[in-house]
Design a protein around this ligand. Structure first.
Ligand SMILES: [Ca+2]
Ligand SMILES: [Ca+2]
Length: 177
């Protein structure tokens, strides 16, 4: 009799453990699926935007130095190194300018994290440009200090980096330096 009770108890414990394990597996799988969906959704938005930008590119501004039209661009890169990628939208502005808007995916929508603007049409690039292992935003600005008009004025290369609350200029040098 005791053996039967023991057997039932063992069986009950085994079922309980099995059920708990199954519940846990289900929770883990649900969490993985959710994480994947959360990560995938902004990626899909970005893909759609990239598609739109690609087909609406007319080259609204021509760089007088490079003599090339400059287009808008969409990127999806972790520029502030918090482990989540940002939507990076850049487009021509003014006579020769470039603007960049940095949007972070937060609580199911894109929120503007920061914006940058320069007076050259070269746009913005993202990566580790100074080899310190941290991500920078690279662009160019006109160097007005020599008193030359826009077309002849030298340009300087700017690097911006996230300081925890905003993007700050960390380097400014002439392209030849
Ligand atoms: Ca990020
Ligand atoms: Ca760097």
């Amino acid at each position: 009799m005791d053996l039967i009770v023991f057997g039932i108890l063992v069986g009950f414990v085994a079922i309980t453990l099995g059920f708990a394990w199954w519940q846990n597996r289900k929770a883990v799988r649900a969490k993985q699926a959710l994480n994947l969906a959360v990560e995938e959704f902004p990626s899909k938005v970005v893909d759609a935007l990239r598609f739109i930008v690609q087909f609406s590119q007319q080259g609204s501004t021509i760089d007088p130095i490079l003599s090339k039209p400059w287009h808008g661009a969409i990127d999806y890169v972790d520029v502030n190194e918090d482990g989540q990628r940002e939507l990076l939208v850049q487009y021509p502005t003014g006579a020769h300018g470039s603007a960049l808007r940095i949007l972070a995916w937060q609580k199911g929508k894109f929120e503007e994290l920061a914006g940058l603007g320069v007076g050259t049409p070269v746009g913005f690039e993202f990566g580790d440009f100074d080899g310190d292992g941290k991500v920078e935003i690279r662009t160019q600005e006109t160097d007005w200090s020599v008193g030359l008009p826009y077309v002849n004025a030298p340009r300087c290369i700017l690097l911006y980096r996230w300081d925890g609350t905003k993007f700050v200029e960390v380097s400014r040098k002439s392209p030849s330096a």
